[in-house]
Design a binder for this molecule. Structure first.
Ligand SMILES: NC(=O)c1ccc[n+]([C@@H]2O[C@H](COP(=O)([O-])OP(=O)(O)OC[C@H]3O[C@@H](n4cnc5c(N)ncnc54)[C@H](O)[C@@H]3O)[C@@H](O)[C@H]2O)c1
Ligand SMILES: [Zn+2]
Length: 359
């Protein structure tokens, strides 16, 4: 089992990675000073797969367990579901020393974290992420939230979990498309921070996609270490944390313009990473050979690299200005200088952007 520490002073916590972690949830919970009432939040699908093993372990450790099952899907990461969660917690009389446990992908993790951050002015929570995206990204770093009708993730808090439990066995039931979308974020860590991770994926992509346990452990561990390091330096994204948004300026615009139905997040940011690498090339920030390596890896991992002709590029540009990362009408781009190093650019001329999108 791997143990990675997220260093944030009195908000520090461990990320445990291994392949038989679920059945030890209860034992891990006992190491904290939680009250006996614990609530497990999950969705129908994930609960049907892993609910029993986690619940049994928690009950065996002597906790009094409430399970809160929410519907599956991003469209339920909203205020109505949140209200439902609060109702259940209040009915069950969860107290200020109780903890919530999020068992599921990023949707369950984000809404459970948000509920924990606001219930009785904030209680503890633990993440048990079950998608690759949640294991390498959303469960670490303390961003929580829900969607608003006018925008995704528009309501939220920074609220760090007390522990993250990553059981890599859960990936065996995940749909391949979801797995690859998570892999896009791992490729991102390689590009922004770690050329060795990038090379490892290049050389081991078949093994990774075939869920070879050593390869999975390595990419998940490295991703968590990198995210932990960045978050420790800049918890609230006032500086370096922004580099995690490589591929996301264009990627989010693609998701918005296609109304979140055509691409999974990881797919949209794959196109974003390719286009933002091309943008860097147009600005002479990066060698063309590096851009080819980036695009080849994304492509070889079965992820999209180009903007299809039927997507309105003018809409993509205007959508970028509405993004919550745009400040005072200025777009922020994270641009690669080479694999393993990026810089933050705030003043990109619109002509170059149009040229990147072939407008
Ligand atoms: N907080 C953050 O820092 C952060 C970062 C990135 C993304 N996010 C958020 O994460 C969400 C996306 O997360 P996601 O990609 O995990 O999507 P998701 O939570 O919707 O999960 C994807 C699908 O996989 C299913 N699933 C989950 N685990 C499974 C398993 N082990 N086996 C079979 N099926 C399983 C889910 O039920 C769902 O149908 C978005 O809401 C996004 O905004 C948050
Ligand atoms: Zn992302």
């Amino acid at each position: 089992m791997e143990n990675i520490r997220v260093e944030l002073g009195d908000r520090s916590y461990d990320i445990l990675i291994g392949n038989s972690i679920l059945e030890n949830t209860g034992t891990k919970l006992k190491t904290f000073n939680f009250s006996p009432k614990i609530a497990l939040v999950s969705n129908e699908l994930v609960f049907s797969l892993y609910g029993e093993i986690v619940s049994e372990s928690i009950r065996k450790a002597g906790f009094d367990l409430l399970t809160v099952i929410i519907p599956d899907g991003e469209q339920y990461k909203n205020i109505e579901t949140l209200q439902y969660i609060y109702n259940e917690l209040l009915k069950y009389k969860l107290d200020r020393k109780s903890a919530l446990i999020a068992l599921g992908g990023g949707v369950v993790g984000d809404i459970t974290g948000f509920a924990a951050s606001t219930y009785m002015r904030g209680i503890s929570y633990i993440q048990i992420p079950t998608t690759l995206l949640a294991q390498v990204d959303s469960s670490v770093g303390g961003k929580t939230g829900i969607d608003h009708k006018l925008g995704k993730n528009m309501i939220g808090t920074f609220w760090q979990p007390k522990l993250v439990l990553i059981d890599t066995n859960t990936l065996s039931t995940l749909e391949k498309r979801q797995f690859l979308a998570g892999l896009a974020e791992v490729i991102k860590y390689g590009i922004i921070w770690d050329p060795e991770l990038f090379q490892f994926i290049e050389e081991n992509k078949e093994k990774i996609i075939g869920l070879d346990s050593n390869s999975l452990n390595y990419i998940i561990k490295r991703s968590c270490e990198i995210k932990a390091e960045i978050v420790s330096q800049d918890e609230r994204e006032s500086g370096v944390r922004a580099i995690l948004n490589y591929g996301h300026t264009i990627g989010h615009a693609i998701e918005t313009v296609t109304k979140y139905t055509r691409y999974l997040h990881g797919e949209a940011i794959s196109i974003g990473m390719c286009l933002e690498a091309e943008l860097a090339q147009l600005l002479n920030i990066i060698e063309p050979s590096e851009v080819i390596k980036i695009k080849d890896l994304i492509n070889h991992c079965g992820l999209p690299c180009y903007l299809p002709g039927d997507i309105d590029k003018i809409e993509i540009i205007s959508s970028m200005y509405f993004d919550k990362k745009a400040v005072a009408g200025k777009l922020k781009f994270i641009l690669p200088e080479r694999i393993g190093k990026v810089r933050i650019e705030k003043n990109i001329p619109e002509e170059i952007l149009k040229k990147t999108l072939k407008l």
